[in-house]
Design a protein around this ligand. Structure first.
Ligand code: ADP
Ligand code: MG
Ligand code: MG
Length: 193
């Protein structure tokens, strides 16, 4: 299968998981944020799906650029610009290489440039960073994703809305880490990796 088809398949998996788990993602966000993470991303993936239906893609750069632009413009909240930046960064990188680890590594760069979070701050970066490391080593699997996600539970949030809670953010999974876990699971399922 061509790379573009695999990535579209992967986005379909992501889109389905986000939509199916909308309430769960909102619940996670209710505990440490404003309860809209599932709704925000569901709106975003629906808008992306609409765009992808109207268009056909013969290269990753155009595909990623469209996904990124739609996510930035259609998702209210922090997560839209962050996921959007990941895809826009990947659009640029895909002109150099379609290697999965270099693509996702630049996706992570896009997120950290935009959000300025480092690992350990209880954000999506705490799933993206270990997942990208594992991709580089060729060891990304479900257990890597699960333990990265779980690790956010004991962290104190120091970025984003959850940081307003200080110590009270401890003991909860980060919602953006959960949606990012779905993102990397989708890559595995679509065989992009
Ligand atoms: P909002 O907080 O604006 O309501 P969402 O609920 O959609 O936006 O997204 C919240 C998620 O965004 C958090 O769980 C966290 O993973 C992620 N996030 C917030 N700020 C940052 C940041 N500066 N860097 C990386 N991720 C962040
Ligand atoms: Mg929120
Ligand atoms: Mg919000």
């Amino acid at each position: 299968m061509a790379q573009t088809e695999k990535w579209i398949k992967s986005f379909e998996h992501f889109s389905r998981k986000i939509t199916d788990e909308k309430s769960f993602l909102n619940e996670l966000d209710s505990a440490i944020g404003d309860g809209d993470h599932g709704s925000n991303l569901t709106r975003g993936v629906a808008a992306v799906n609409e765009k992808l239906e109207q268009q056909s893609y013969d290269n990753l750069s155009d595909l990623f650029k469209d996904i990124g632009m739609v996510l930035v413009s259609k998702v209210g909240g922090a997560s839209g610009p962050l996921y959007g930046s990941a895809f826009i960064s990947m659009a640029k990188q895909s002109k150099e290489s379609d290697d999965i680890s270099s693509l996702l590594s630049s996706g992570l760069d896009g997120i950290t440039k935009r959000g300025k979070a480092e690992t350990g701050e209880k954000t999506m970066v705490d799933v993206w960073a270990p997942a990208v490391d594992a991709l580089k080593d060729g060891t990304l699997d479900q257990s890597v994703i699960d333990s990265a996600l779980e690790s956010t539970k004991d962290m104190k949030a120091t970025k984003g809305r959850a940081s307003y809670l200080g110590d009270r953010s401890i003991g909860h999974i980060d919602p953006g880490a959960q949606s990012s876990a779905y993102f990397f699971e989708s890559l595995l399922e679509a065989g992009v990796t």
